[in-house]
Design a protein around this ligand. Structure first.
Ligand SMILES: *Cc1c(COP(=O)(O)O)cnc(C)c1O
Length: 395
């Protein structure tokens, strides 16, 4: 059996997305900036994709800029808002500790150049409190950047409330919505979002392409100098095939969202109940305010890395945190932020299911995780101390 349960890391391209991409890899290879009719065909495809994408998130087509993915969108949005702030003498930013590194490392860079960042607490359930945002706002706050849904523990933030607060106080609100777009309903107007980054490969589109929504009236700073593509805000010949595929994937995901999320939620809950049966384990993140696809657990007395390798032997692809932190010995910053101690955070497992996941696979995952955790604990000196009463259980 081969089970892919790492859809937060990347997703399989849908058939429709592949079909939408192919013509631009063969017959319609022209540069969309060319003036002849064939170039215009590529240009038309680009603009049709822009319109489709805008419609999927409640934006207007002029508010969509194509990027290389979520990381670029996060960087550009945050640096642009910082530049606007700096011009107005405002150098305070509000965020939180469980953001993706594309956000956190951009904020670190700004802190080195004189910006001050307040990181809101996310509490045990991994969710920020709007009242904390309200009390952290200052006269010199130029940006609030809070992710829509977390990539490790799946928690969904109160985006509408955050958007309302930011609007009322005239502060730019950016959200990294890479895990949300195509998976849960997102509407930038309803939520008062000023900037939003998304990435195609997280919703069954291709890798290396994404988009940034920027509300009309907000001046973007470009990260890349060059030609006048994307109204001068993002130079470089557009990835026409990738963009067409991204639009097709997003349209399809939005059309199927209701059914897919209902099915995923049922499977997710079954997984949560099944894994909760393992002694000294705990679900990470809120029980219900989480993505329909996300399950994240800590198991006391084991190492996440060993768990992943043994699950891989059983044909299960999973993760212990974000792709960027797995491989390093530091425990996940997200799990530390929700108050998990280092030792416990090391024994984590993230399962992110998808459209292909079925009940039989879920049963197999539950059985396999049970076996592997028991096996690892049998060899764990930490577990021996815990069961001998030489150390105290935390979970
Ligand atoms: C995957 C991811 C990113 C990065 O997107 P890329 O397209 O891979 O650059 C950013 N933020 C979140 C929340 C993600 O899950």
């Amino acid at each position: 059996m081969r089970i892919y349960a790492d859809n937060a890391a990347t997703t399989k391209m849908s058939e429709k997305a592949i079909a939408a991409m192919l013509p631009f890899l063969s017959d319609i290879y022209y540069n969309p900036s060319s003036l002849y009719a064939l170039g215009q065909e590529a240009k038309d495809a680009l603009e049709a994709a822009r319109e489709d994408i805008a419609e999927c998130i409640g934006a207007s087509q002029r508010e969509i800029i194509f990027t290389s993915g979520g990381s670029e969108g996060d960087n550009q949005a945050i640096l642009s808002a910082a530049k606007i702030g700096e011009k107005n003498g405002k150098k305070h930013i509000i965020s939180d500790g469980i953001e993706h590194h594309a956000v956190l490392n951009t904020l670190k860079k700004l802190e080195k150049s004189g910006f001050e960042v307040t990181y809101l607490p996310v509490y045990e359930n991994g969710i920020v409190k709007p009242e904390d945002l309200l009390s952290s706002l200052r006269d010199d706050t130029c940006l609030v950047t809070i992710m829509y849904a977390n990539n490790e523990i799946g928690t969904i933030q109160p985006i509408k409330e955050i958007g309302e607060i930011c609007k009322k106080h005239g502060v730019i609100f950016h959200t990294d919505a890479v895990q949300a777009v195509g998976h849960i309903p997102v509407n930038v107007k309803d939520d008062n979002i000023d900037m939003l980054s998304a990435s195609a490969h997280k919703f069954h589109g291709p890798k290396g392409v994404g988009f940034l929504y920027v509300k009309r009236g907000i001046a973007l700073t470009n990260l890349i100098e060059g030609g006048a593509q994307e109204r001068g805000k993002r130079a470089g010949t557009e990835n026409v095939g990738g963009i067409a595929a991204m639009a097709a994937a997003l349209k399809e995901s939005v059309a199927n969202m209701k059914n897919a999320s209902q099915k995923l939620t049922e499977l997710r809950n079954k997984l949560i109940i099944g894994l909760s049966g393992i002694p000294h384990s705990a679900l990470n993140g809120d029980k219900t305010k989480r993505l329909p696809s996300n399950v994240n657990f800590c198991f006391e007395g084991i190492e996440g890395e060993s768990l992943l390798l043994l699950l891989d032997d059983k044909g299960i692809c999973a993760s212990s945190g974000s792709a960027c932190t797995s491989g390093s010995l530091d425990p996940s910053h997200v799990l530390l932020s929700i108050g998990r101690p280092h030792d416990v955070a090391h024994g984590s497992l993230r399962l992110t299911i998808g459209d292909d996941t079925d009940e039989e696979q879920v049963d197999y995952i539950i059985k396999s995780v049970n076996e592997v955790v028991t096996h690892l604990r049998n060899f764990s000196p930490v577990w021996r101390d815990l069961t001998a009463g030489k150390a105290n259980f935390i979970l």
